[in-house]
Write a protein that binds this ligand. Sequence first.
Ligand code: FES
Ligand code: FES
Length: 169
Amino acid sequence: MATMLKIKVNEQVRTVSSAPDTPLLYVLTDELNLQGPRFGCGLGQCGSCSVLVNGVETRSCMTKVSAVVGKSVTTLEGLPAWYAAQKKITNAPALHPVQQAMIDEQAVQCGYCFNGMIIKASELLSKTPQPTESQIRSAMNGHLCRCGTYPRVLKAIQRASLVMKAVAK
Ligand code: FES
Ligand code: FES
C-alpha cells in the first residue's frame, strides 16, 4: 500500500501518495499539478525549482517530500496570499508586488528562470525590505538566467521594494 503523506502547500493540507524520498518538485508538479516550480538542472544549482518552505527559499529538486511534513510550502501560485498574510492585507492582490514589478520592468524573456527569481526576490524583501544593490545581487546570485535578464530583474526588485514600502504593515 502506498504511503500517504500530508503536506501543507499554499495553506492547504494535501494528501500525497508519492514515496517519502520523492523530490518535492515532482510531487508539486506531477501530483499536485502546480505550474510554478520548474525542473532545470535537478542539481540544486539553477533555482528554477525554488519554493518557500516556512518562508525560506528552498530548491525543491533537492528536497525530499518527507522533509516538508509539518512545514508550510508556498509556490508561485500561493505567493500573493503569502504576501497578504505577511502584510495583514484582507484581500490578497492578484500578484505579489515582485511579480507585478517584473511585468512593469519587462524583465521576463523566455521566463524559464522566473519562478525562482520571483520566489527568491520575495524571500529577500520579506527579510530585507529595502535592500542595497549589493544585497540584491548577492541574494540573486544563485539564480541562473540563460537570457541575461539580470539588469531588469535588479530594477524590478528595487521597484517592488518601493511599492511594498508604501503598503502599511
Ligand atoms: S532544478 Fe532545482 S536548482 Fe535547478
Ligand atoms: S528569462 Fe529565459 S532563462 Fe531567464
